[in-house]
Design a protein around this ligand. Structure first.
Ligand code: ZN
Length: 239
């Protein structure tokens, strides 16, 4: 049984990252040697690499935004069905933009999903988190760090504070390949880089080289602090 007070869980949402950007995250996982659950948005030739990787589990990251914007050539069931076809082995789900409803959770369950991570409750809330069972049967796994949201916080707490000052609470972190690549420390960096997401030679000029502040630096600090303080690293699928 996982001791959640002494375990760190790392996740990523691919958010249609270009293969060069996604590959950078996979290289980082190899470098850090930590388990990560990657929530998939799209078909990529790197899917096989991720699937065969001993440190990686794959979840689904369905995009319901087009439905909210009334691009209604599809419905939520087909959105889930299409992404589940790309990642049939997925047992975990997080909606892009955290779009959530009872109907969505029930549809996840019907598609073989056993846990969802649609609840973001930041560390700054001071709420001690734990997984809990939704009445439809899914295990809900709240998470307390998200790289882009952290950029928008004034004076967000350090990686060490997230780990050492969250008591017995669940410690789930979420990153995006683009923010790991750019080492995003504020959203303007991302917005400036966004037009070049598919042009590696241009994109790389937008990387934040500060080793202390940014999404990539934060992930490294999480791993370093976790190891120094004898935390285990595990997949959310083991909760
Ligand atoms: Zn997303």
């Amino acid at each position: 049984m996982t001791d959640i007070s002494k375990t760190i869980f790392l996740t990523m949402d691919t958010d249609w990252a270009d293969d060069d950007v996604l590959l950078d995250s996979l290289t980082l996982i190899d470098e850090l040697q930590v388990p990560v659950t990657i929530f998939i948005t799209h078909e990529t030739k790197l899917l096989g690499v991720m699937r065969d990787h001993p440190l990686i589990r794959l979840g689904i990251h369905p995009n319901f935004y087009p439905l909210l914007q009334n691009h209604a050539d599809r419905d939520y069931l087909s959105v889930i069905g299409e992404i589940k076809k790309i990642v049939p082995e997925a047992v975990s789900a997080r909606s892009h933009g955290l779009i959530d409803s009872t109907a969505i959770l029930e549809a996840f369950k019907a598609q073989g999903i056993t846990r969802d991570l649609n609840l973001f409750i930041p560390f700054s809330s001071g709420i001690e988190l734990k997984p809990f069972r939704h009445f439809c049967g899914l295990l809900r796994i709240p998470y307390f760090y998200e790289d882009d949201a952290y950029c928008s916080e004034n004076a967000g707490e350090t990686a060490s504070a997230h780990i050492l000052s969250s008591g017995n609470g669940l410690k789930v972190f979420n990153f995006h390949p683009i923010h790991l690549f750019l080492n995003t420390e504020n959203m303007n960096r991302y917005l400036d880089a966004k037009p070049f997401q598919r042009e590696y030679s241009q994109l790389i000029k937008h990387v934040n080289r500060n080793q202390q502040i940014g999404a990539r630096a934060f992930l490294k600090q999480v791993v370093e602090c976790g190891r120094e303080n004898y935390f285990a690293f595990d997949h959310v699928e083991n909760l």
